[in-house]
Design a protein around this ligand. Structure first.
Ligand code: PEP
Length: 249
């Protein structure tokens, strides 16, 4: 049976004490959960939340990182700093980074390779805007983001890569792709992966869906053959909305 990967992205929410309180609630309520679990608090709360999740079944994630190991990069946080705090997974290429902060596939790829080189797991986010979908460019956009995001990534490193398919128009909007729609895009992404890494690696690949996932739609989405987990934004901010997603089966 598949092991799903359920990840919470807390974005720019919560003070340190609020983050610790939520992390403690999740540790208590998800102790018996059989899925792979991750929470990504803001950078400022990583150290404190790291203490809470240490030795539990919840992995510590970061929402982004800089493209260099260290140096004169004002405002950036490096892979070494994340590792030092116990971060195991880093979310890269989130649509908010792409569209609000202008991150390119080239920059995202640099971060992906750096994170993998330092032993972190990566969640690479890809997904089309409404305009791209409506003008028939969905597949081309996803292909480019996957291929360029993973340029130079070896088959050996692939086990530490998760792809999150997140249609931009479904993020934080309450609109969700239908399970059938999402599954079809996941199948397409798997095909792109197979062309590059072979059928077996593509089949073993974890592809999460993200975009207004909540308790009400989590099971329907994850019942689909190609959907291996969820990257959750809004609904990850409270234990009462995140726990039922992680415990969807
Ligand atoms: C996200 O930001 O990755 C996300 C999927 O957000 P939401 O669940 O709020 O749509």
């Amino acid at each position: 049976m598949r092991n799903y990967f359920i990840a919470g992205n807390w974005k720019m929410h919560k003070t340190v004490s609020e983050s610790v309180a939520l992390a403690k609630a999740l540790v208590a309520q998800l102790a018996g959960c059989r899925e792979k679990l991750m929470i990504a608090p803001a950078f400022t709360a990583l150290a404190a939340v790291s203490e809470v999740v240490k030795g539990t079944n919840i992995l510590l994630g970061a929402q982004n990182m800089g493209p260099e190991e260290q140096g004169a990069h004002t405002g950036e946080v490096s892979v070494l700093m994340l590792k030092d705090l116990g971060v195991k997974v880093v979310i890269l290429g989130h649509s908010e980074r792409r569209h609000t902060y202008g991150e390119t596939d080239e920059l995202i790829n640099k971060k992906v390779r750096l994170a993998l080189q330092h032993g972190l797991e990566v969640i690479l986010c890809v997904g089309e805007t409404l305009d791209e979908r409506e003008s028939g460019r969905l597949e081309a956009v996803c292909r480019t983001q996957v291929e360029q995001g993973l340029a130079g990534v070896s088959a050996g490193d692939l086990a530490r890569v998760t792809i999150a398919y997140e249609p931009v128009w479904a993020i934080g909007t309450g609109k969700t792709a239908t399970p059938e729609d999402a599954d079809a895009v996941h199948a397409y992404i798997r095909k792109v992966m197979a062309e590059r890494y072979g059928e077996a690696a593509a089949k073993a690949m974890c592809i999460q869906y993200g975009g207004s996932v909540k308790a009400e739609n989590a099971a329907q989405l994850m019942q689909k053959a190609n959907i291996d987990g969820a990257l959750v934004g809004g609904a990850s901010l409270k234990a009462e909305t995140f726990v039922p997603i992680a415990a969807f089966r």
